[in-house]
Design a protein around this ligand. Structure first.
Ligand code: ATP
Ligand code: MG
Length: 571
């Protein structure tokens, strides 16, 4: 490809609305352009990387025995009504009507469509196991689309669905996908980790997320410093130490805390630490229930754990009016004593005595509060967020460490959730009807490219891993008006193309400085400079983007040496 004829405009300035580095660099290198919030065009440079990730995915999915198909993006409401998700899915599902007033949605995921295909096409156990996949545009009306391709509304996903006769078969399918995912992300040049993930309403423990380690990641992860345990904090269980509180030593007494609302303010004012407070969160469920949740003062609520305990889909902190109505005080002063709500508490609170809580009265708290004596907890449960330093829930020795990650892939055992709802059955070898066991497996293609850039860049720009680089070699023609330079660069360009190397020829009539700047920004792994000075010595300068190593290549050998380098980097 000739740069002068290509659609490639680099930007010198960092776009103001791009917060994370991958988003900034994808805009600056002309890989993507925004069309609307969370909706992007993939310009040629961006598309080349996307296609490379897709190719790696296809190769590994095919190798694992999966079969590619393509489903529509527009899905009739009917199918989603059959699974019950038409009502459940919420606002991420973009619903609309056609001219005949028939309802449709844009597919955010395709369990319903694939299950419908399989129930029609697959009748016998002999057709199993089956794993079907597609690479397709998805639409999710995310509340907060951001970070470019990382959290878009329209994005490309590889989604696969496995079908087996029984659970053991589904386990094999899951394991195969798990291994395929490892290979895919390794081949993309990513440093990642598979972590245990929440399974949401479906239950069970069989879900893993593939997390690319990056400070900008939206997910918080914990891992044990001693065993293999790693989990999304959404999921990370905590061990209940089993301790009970020492008997109360203090009488309960009211203390004034004028305008001190937050745990930190109250602790400071009373000359103590947040750990000796119990905070009372007034929480509402999506089913309209209001409950109180108690946590040690310095802890955070884990919404997912609370939802699971309450059997609801969502919880949120109650608005000010509700807090005022149930506690009789403005928020910041809620406490369990005398509260007429269901009270749920984190395990840790069980081990506390003589603590401080809100007094359900403006500008007042209670000190010397004790569970059982002063109020009743309906149940103690694991409700808080895991943090670094917590004991590992698996092994007895380890402590948890925390880090951040970008979820690029997700594997999930579905059981019979969708096959039950849509009656997807086959006949087994006894002629008996059996409900299919399913798994689903997703990879965010654009997010994978973005994650790779998060991990591979420096101040100058992107440092593409060879397997997903838009081009493998950049040939920089220093002075296109010098006939000798032009001929040598053109010759190398032709030879590399003949050898099947993906090469971008920078034949623009620009100053060398600006060509080098763009070269650093674009991050093409191998860069060869063709200039008059080198040619005098019969050599071309090769510079590797990663590490910056420079070597001189004899002109006659240059194409062969570069081709070998590319092959080696892909092997
Ligand atoms: P997240 O928690 O990040 O919203 P998810 O659990 O909703 O992800 P899945 O439904 O498992 O994601 O989708 C499979 C994969 O699709 C994810 O692992 C991720 O790589 C990608 N993905 C999901 N949502 C988006 C999005 N809004 N933009 C880009 N990629 C996405
Ligand atoms: Mg999501």
């Amino acid at each position: 490809m000739r740069y002068s004829q290509y659609l490639l405009n680099t930007l010198k300035e960092t776009p103001a609305d791009a917060e994370v580095i991958s988003h900034q660099l994808m805009l600056r290198t002309g890989m993507i352009r925004k069309v609307a919030a969370g909706i992007y065009s993939y310009l040629p440079m961006g598309l080349r990387s996307i296609r490379k990730v897709e190719r790696i995915i296809r190769e590994e999915m095919d190798r694992a025995g999966a079969i590619e198909l393509l489903m529509p993006m527009v899905i009739p409401a009917e199918l989603w009504q059959e699974s019950g998700r038409w009502e459940q899915y919420g606002k991420e599902l973009l619903r609309f009507k056609d001219r005949k007033e028939t309802e449709f949605c844009l597919g955010p995921t395709h369990e319903e469509v694939i299950t419908d295909i399989v129930r029609r096409e697959v009748k016998s156990y002999r057709q199993l196991p089956l794993n079907l996949y597609q690479i397709q545009g998805k639409f999710r009306d995310e509340i907060r689309p951001r970070f470019g391709l990382m959290r878009g509304r329209e994005f490309i996903m590889k989604d696969a669905y496995s079908f087996d006769l029984d659970e053991a078969g589904a386990d094999v399918a899951y394991e195969k996908m798990f291994q395929a995912y490892r290979r895919i992300f390794e081949r993309c040049g990513l440093r990642f980790r598979a972590v245990e993930a929440d399974t949401g309403a479906i239950g069970g423990t069989s879900s893993h997320e593939f997390m690319v380690l990056a400070a900008s990641g939206e997910d918080a992860i914990v891992s044990c410093d001693s065993c293999q345990y790693a989990a999304n904090v959404e999921k990370a269980e905590l061990r209940h130490s089993g301790q009970t509180a020492p008997p109360p030593a203090e009488e309960r007494k009211k203390v004034l805390t004028p305008a001190r609302k937050s745990v930190e303010e109250v602790a400071l004012f009373l000359g103590t630490v947040p750990e000796s407070l119990v905070k009372t969160l007034i929480v509402q469920t999506d089913e309209g229930e209001t409950v109180a949740v108690l946590l040690r003062g310095d802890r955070e609520l884990n919404d997912i754990k609370l939802c699971r305990l309450l059997g609801c889909n969502e919880v949120e902190l109650a608005p000010e009016e509700v807090v005022a109505a149930v506690t009789g005080a403005p928020s910041g002063f809620a406490g369990p004593v005398g509260l007429k709500l269901r009270i749920l508490a984190d395990f840790e609170v069980r081990g506390m005595a003589d603590f401080i809580t809100g007094a359900n009265e403006k500008d007042a708290h209670f000190a010397g509060v004790n569970t059982d004596r002063d109020f009743t907890v309906e149940s103690f449960a694991d409700l808080r967020q895991a943090v670094a330093g917590d004991l590992c829930p698996r092994c007895s020795e380890g402590r948890l460490e925390s880090w951040r990650g970008i979820e690029v892939g997700h594997v999930f055992k579905l059981g019979t959730k969708y096959s039950d709802a849509l009656s997807a059955t086959v006949l087994d070898d006894q002629g008996k009807e059996r409900t299919l066991f399913m798994g689903c497996y997703g990879i965010g293609v654009g997010r994978t490219v973005a994650a790779a850039i998060e991990q591979n860049h420096d101040e100058q720009g992107i440092i593409f891993p060879m397997p997903i680089a838009p081009f493998q070699v950049l040939v920089t023609m220093l002075n296109p008006n010098d006939a000798e330079v032009k001929d040598a660069a053109e010759k190398l360009y032709g030879e590399l193309q003949d050898a099947g190397v993906e090469v971008l020829l920078d034949d623009r009539d620009e100053r060398p400085g600006s060509k080098f700047k763009d070269a650093d920004l674009l991050g093409i792994p191998l860069r060869v400079t063709v200039g008059a000075r080198g040619l005098k010595e019969g050599a071309l300068e090769l510079q590797e983007r990663q590490g910056g190593e420079r070597t001189m290549l004899p002109v006659a050998e240059a194409a062969g040496l570069l081709t070998d380098r590319v092959r080696l980097a892909l092997a």
